[in-house]
Design a protein around this ligand. Structure first.
Ligand code: NAD
Length: 411
């Protein structure tokens, strides 16, 4: 709790960049849409999450929070949430896996009506270990791509027992958070941990999804030569026409100075790639789990592991080459920097807050499936963000509206 003052100052700083969430807060304070609701949350414990927690509290909810990654917790923020918002937080940066899951159990001990998740560890814990909670749970939300992959797999196999709102899939979330948020903050994490010069470097991005597009664009903006690897022909084509060179990872491995994985897949960088990499190569992951860079292979190949800087482990191979792994292969932007800028989390978390209110309103009426964020919430978030940025747009005239919905007028 001695860290709470510092956390509070940083939470207030973030709040200045979150006007959409602030407008939701006003409405929640007035309407109390979450009165009597217990919420169990498993989210990265960052300044932006603290602002979301405050908004949910203002809406009348009782909340418990655990981290959604062992390395992403900002301890000063955790302290401030406990002290100022009186919300129990179960998280400490660098917690081991057993502690991480114990913390999730402590969140579930509040018997939530609604779960908020980022990566689906909380939701999976309910399903695997606490089926007694199903009676009380209305539904949950999921923040990220990997969490939705897991939850859709649960739904397909008939295992999913309560409805999930796919916050990640809202356009006002992934078009901005995954692309511009991950794009900027991944570069931020690499620079904070290595202080490397990107200009002129060969920068390999694995995947060309929402996150990796942003990372590739920002790396190019810093003067790097960007290579992209993909498994999806359409995305490979898109990367090519965006002006990046696309090639298999086995070939890229020998060329890269910096490697970033953001695929949601496992073993994207593995032994056969490490064997070809240049001395001094930097390896970072921006995908949700620490499985994209296959650490067991790297550990087996190393004759020595050094720690030249706080977020850098240097694996010295038998032939003397040094491969530099950042942030233990965990989300680089949240482990070695502060995660996405608040201005982009503003939209993601406005979607979260409004989706939670939607679930509370729906009660037990939604089917146990993965549901989209209601389109009117998505549109409202985008509209409010534009207003906050003082950007005005044109309106369709009635003539244009008619033209756009008719088939009769041609050449
Ligand atoms: N770091 C963060 O703050 C942050 C933010 C949002 C999402 N994420 C995570 O980042 C990951 C990617 O999310 P996204 O929204 O970009 O997903 P996405 O589905 O849009 O993109 C993933 C891409 O990776 C490609 N891919 C899959 N396996 C591959 C392989 N072996 N080699 C090369 N390419 C491969 C897919 O074809 C796809 O194009 C997920 O794990 C997601 O949860 C992280």
């Amino acid at each position: 709790l001695g860290l709470a003052d510092e956390g509070r100052r940083r939470i207030d700083w973030a709040a200045q960049q979150m006007p959409v969430l602030a407008s939701v807060e006003q409405r929640f304070a007035r309407d109390q849409p979450l009165a009597g609701m217990r919420i169990g949350a498993c989210l990265h414990v960052t300044t932006e999450t603290a602002n979301l927690v405050r908004v949910l509290r203002r809406g009348g909810a009782e909340i418990r929070l655990a981290a959604s990654n062992p390395l992403s917790t900002q301890d000063d923020v955790a302290a401030a949430i406990v002290q100022d918002l009186h919300v129990p937080v179960f998280a400490i940066k660098g917690e081991d896996t057993a502690t991480y899951y114990r913390h999730i159990g402590q969140v579930l001990a509040c018997r939530p009506h609604i779960t908020l998740d980022d990566g689906a560890d909380l939701t999976c814990a309910v399903h695997a270990e606490h089926p007694d909670l199903f009676d009380e749970i209305f539904g949950g939300t999921e923040e990220t791509t990997t969490g939705l992959v897991r939850l859709r797999a649960m739904a397909a196999s008939g295992a999913l027992r309560y409805p999930i709102i796919a916050v990640n899939d809202a356009l006002s979330k992934h078009l901005f958070d995954n692309r511009y948020g991950t794009g900027q903050s991944t570069i931020d994490g690499i620079l904070r941990s290595t202080n490397t010069l990107l200009a002129g470097k060969t920068f390999v991005v694995a995947g060309y999804g929402w996150c990796s597009r942003g990372i590739a664009a920002r790396a190019r903006g810093m003067g790097a030569i960007v290579l992209v690897t993909e498994v999806d022909p359409l995305r490979a084509l898109e990367a090519t026409m965006d002006g990046h060179r696309v090639l298999p990872m086995l070939e890229a491995a020998a060329l890269g100075d910096v490697f970033v994985t953001a695929t949601g897949d496992a073993r994207v960088l593995d032994r056969q790639h490490f064997e070809r990499m240049k001395d001094g190569a930097i390896l970072a992951n921006a995908g949700h789990f620490n499985v994209e860079i296959h650490l067991p292979a790297l550990q087996e190949m190393a004759v020595e592991i050094r720690q030249p800087r706080p977020s850098v482990e240097q694996f010295v191979l038998a032939d003397g080459r040094r491969l530099n792994l950042l942030a233990q292969g965990r989300l680089i932007n949240l482990s070695a920097a502060e995660g996405h800028p608040s201005a982009v989390m503003d939209m993601s978390f406005a979607n979260q807050a409004l989706s939670v209110a939607f679930l509370a309103r729906k009660g037990k009426s939604l089917a146990p499936a993965v549901h989209p964020v209601p389109p009117e919430i998505d549109a409202e978030v985008a509209q409010r963000k534009l207003e906050a940025m003082e950007i005005r747009i044109d309106q369709l005239t009635s003539e244009q509206q008619k033209y756009r919905t008719s088939w009769k007028v041609g050449t």
